[in-house]
Ligand binder design. Structure first.
Ligand code: A3P
Length: 291
């Protein structure tokens, strides 16, 4: 795969890193046969995917921490669109619900999902913080191009021409299916504000009630400080040729509102105008205020 490090895979008009996605792997994702017991975590990159992968693994681990402590997040909750998916899927514990992840857009997966009662957990994050986190991640991940400047990166994000496409289309596409699919929306900000409450909300949706001791165990193992030190979630197991964390950590800051440290007032104004134009008719409610 090393020769595909800088390959760009264009899928439904969206640029994806060819290092992790191929036409075959994308085809596999789109034709996947979901089971009613599957749980699908859906995010735009940098929205808290790894955090919720950890929470989902912990909810279903029934107090047995071995997988959470020893298996990398990408093998516990594999990405459907990635080349490693079929192999990782075959390694999942057949006695537990399959926990899956995707960054793909709704148009790609909705036809397959509609055939099942799969539970879909959509995680959204303030797009200003997504943008900042993604900007830093482009410098760390060698399968994504180095951004030329923050300004250019912001323009690309607003146009939706960057990797993984438009944040606006992603959020509106998936959340537009809330009536159609068995879906729960949670936000990165909610996880921050009330982690225990959000874990409860998730476990209720997943029909997997937790006792107080289980909740405590989950809280302990999904904190930013725990995850930063854990080699199976901090991506330190990945070769530096693929992710060079000397340029910045995967678990970077883990805060709400870091965009304020990055945006100029002009950039903020530009962002707000596009956000208003694109989201005004969406009817979606989020815990952030923009504009
Ligand atoms: P920052 O770059 O803003 O720090 P994803 O997993 O979707 O790629 O998202 C990565 C972002 O989630 C990073 O944001 C990372 O620090 C943050 N994150 C991961 N685990 C977290 C945790 N336990 N608590 C808070 N933030 C977390």
């Amino acid at each position: 795969m090393a020769e595909r490090m800088h390959t760009v895979e264009v899928f439904e008009g969206v640029r994806l890193p060819g290092f992790i996605c191929t036409p075959e792997s994308l085809q596999t994702a789109c034709s996947f046969q979901f089971q009613d017991s599957d749980v699908l975590l859906v995010t735009f990159p940098k929205s808290g995917t790894t955090w919720v992968q950890q929470v989902l693994s912990l909810i279903f681990c029934e107090g047995h921490l071995w997988p959470v402590l020893h298996l990398p997040n990408w093998s516990r909750v594999p990405w459907m669109e990635q080349v490693s998916f079929s192999h990782l899927l075959s390694q999942l514990d057949p006695t537990r619900p399959r926990l899956l992840t995707t960054h793909l857009r709704a148009t790609a997966l909705a036809p397959a999902l509609r055939k099942s009662k799969t539970r879909v957990v959509y995680v959204a994050r303030n797009p200003k913080d997504v943008l900042v986190s993604f900007y830093h991640f482009h410098r760390v991940a060698n399968f994504l191009p180095d951004p030329s400047s923050f300004e250019d990166f912001l323009d690309e994000f607003l146009k939706g021409t960057g990797f993984f496409g438009s944040w606006f289309d992603h959020v509106k596409g998936w959340l537009g299916l809330q009536q159609d699919l068995n879906m729960l929306l949670i936000t990165y900000e909610e996880l921050h504000q009330d982690l225990r409450g959000t874990i409860r909300k998730l476990s209720n949706f997943l029909q997997h009630p937790l006792g107080p001791a289980e909740e405590d165990l989950i809280l302990e193992h999904c904190s930013f400080s725990f995850m930063s030190q854990s080699s199976v979630v901090n991506y330190s197991l990945v070769s530096t040729h693929i992710m060079d964390q000397s340029r910045g950590k995967f678990l970077r800051k883990g805060v709400v509102g870091d965009w304020r440290e990055h945006f100029t007032p002009e950039q903020d104004e530009k962002f707000n105008a596009v956000y208003q134009a694109k989201m005004k008719d969406s009817g979606l409610q989020f815990p952030w205020t923009i504009g």
